[in-house]
Design a protein around this ligand. Structure first.
Ligand code: 5CA
Length: 444
């Protein structure tokens, strides 16, 4: 892709309305454009990143046996009246009337709708467990939308729902998502810590928020530093192995402020291990048993001929919020350098050819190089403008492709100035460059 032909409307300076670095960068490089308060259009650069995140989230859901569906954004109020949440949800719910004067709403979440889908088809315990998910826009009329797409009114969410019959099986499902979340965030090169959390309007009494550390985050957290050394390595998709995984994390005190208890914190965590800081909630999982299935009459036949209400959990990931969360974690705002993890980078590599008025040879070299990249599934962006070198580098540093190549006066034959953002420049052949990038991409 040539910069001159791309739709990447870069601003010279930081927009003054943006208070945190993800919002600044997203406006600065034209990843999003606000269309109304808390409502955004996604422009090519932002959209590319979000779609890559979505695909990683999808792959990790599929790996635990969840099945993808797609529910609509507009829902009927009837099912929400059945569950009792139509009144409870309050002003965050955007209520709409259709031409027949029927009460509709723009879905803020989908517990009711998925329960309705489940109860219409699944009648026997033999079909359990069922894990269903979709990736769809949600609307919450947040009182104070802010920080760009971090807390907005329309946002893109993956929400999954589990259906089981015993508590034990339901917790097995819950733990599958616990593992899947750790793996998802790791592929996004984020350290997300599961923390005991409040359940709010979703309900239930077991819940974990997955939080990444960031000074600009809206969640206050109290944690034991040792939790950062853990990972899910070696965990199998089996009941006992998953139980062990949760135990391993839960041995360390780690909560959001709604669950904070000073005495407990000070008793369980030594002074040197205490960490009180802020973070961004990128995922949230809930177990709420029959909170929805009971009022909505969602039951299945049991082996002895009896019936029972299914036990459910729900599992959310803020797909659009993750774009901002990754920027918060990776953007060096002082030097104005963004480095996207290769797994979600809008482009794998940027080529900066030094173009003179009467010499097109650098651009020709870039084109040739690009055809080799295409053959190897490497996505590249070329700055074909005649701007000066430093402004070209500045621009590419903001766009954040993790690798850069400079084709300048010193470039001879098949050896190029190659650089991984944040590291020193090396002189490498095209074959060597392709090898490095392919290896990095393969890790994911
Ligand atoms: N039904 C449950 C689980 S599917 C649910 O809705 N959970 S939630 O309310 O915690 O939302 C899930 C995730 O969506 C959050 O962890 C957060 O990452 C994201 N999210 C929630 N509200 C917003 C918002 N206003 N703007 C951007 N992302 C949001």
């Amino acid at each position: 892709m040539y910069i001159s032909k791309s739709f990447i409307p870069i601003l010279k300076n930081n927009p003054s309305e943006a208070k945190i670095k993800s919002h600044q960068l997203m406006l600065r490089v034209g990843m999003i454009k606000q269309s109304a308060a808390g409502i955004y259009s996604w422009l090519p650069l932002g959209f590319k990143v979000m779609k890559k995140i979505e695909q990683i989230v999808r792959e990790e859901q599929n790996k635990i046996g969840a099945q993808e569906i797609l529910m609509p954004t507009i829902q009927s109020s009837e099912i929400w009246k059945e569950s009792g949440r139509y009144e409870d949800y309050g002003e965050e719910m955007l209520r709409i009337k259709d031409r027949q004067d029927r009460e509709m709403l723009y879905g803020p979440t989908n517990e009711e709708l998925v329960t309705d889908i489940f109860r219409s088809s699944i009648k026997s315990y033999k079909s359990l467990p069922q894990l269903l998910y979709h990736i769809q826009w949600k609307f919450r009329d947040e009182i104070r939308p802010r920080f760009g797409i971090m807390r907005c009114r329309e946002f893109y969410m993956k929400d999954a729902y589990s259906f089981d019959i015993t508590d034990e099986d339901a917790l097995f499902s819950y733990n599958k998502f616990f593992l899947s979340y750790l793996k998802t965030f790791k592929r996004l090169d984020l350290t997300a810590i599961p923390m005991a959390a409040d359940t709010g309007p979703i309900g239930g009494n077991l819940s974990h928020e997955f939080i990444i550390l960031a000074e600009t985050g809206e969640s206050k957290i109290f944690t034991d530093k040792r939790i950062f050394d853990l990972d899910s390595e070696g965990t199998k998709l089996e009941k006992d192995s998953l139980k062990e995984l949760r135990k391993k994390y839960e041995q360390f005190y780690s909560v959001t402020d709604e669950k904070f208890n000073k005495t407990e914190f000070e008793k369980k965590v030594s002074e040197t291990n205490r960490l009180i800081t802020k973070g961004i909630e990128v995922g949230h999982i809930f177990y709420f048993g029959d909170k929805y299935s009971k009022p909505m009459g969602c039951s299945v036949d049991l082996p002895g001929g009896k019936k029972d209400f299914v036990k459910m959990g729900s599992y959310g990931i803020g797909v659009s919020r993750l774009v901002g969360a990754i920027i918060e974690a990776k953007y060096d705002e002082k030097n104005e350098v963004m480095k996207w993890p290769i797994s979600v980078a809008p482009y794998d590599i940027a080529i900066i050819p030094m173009i003179n008025k009467n010499d097109n040879s650098a651009l020709e070299k870039a084109d040739k190089m690009n055809s080799e990249f295409v053959k190897n599934n490497i996505e590249c962006i070329i700055d074909d403008t005649d701007e000066n070198f430093s402004s070209k580098v500045k621009k590419m540093n903001l766009i954040g492709a993790p690798y850069q190549i400079i084709i300048g006066k010193k470039t001879e034959g098949d050896v190029f100035e190659f650089k991984e953002i944040g590291k020193e420049t090396k002189n490498l052949s095209l074959a060597e460059i392709i090898k490095i990038i392919k290896e990095q991409k393969a890790i994911n």
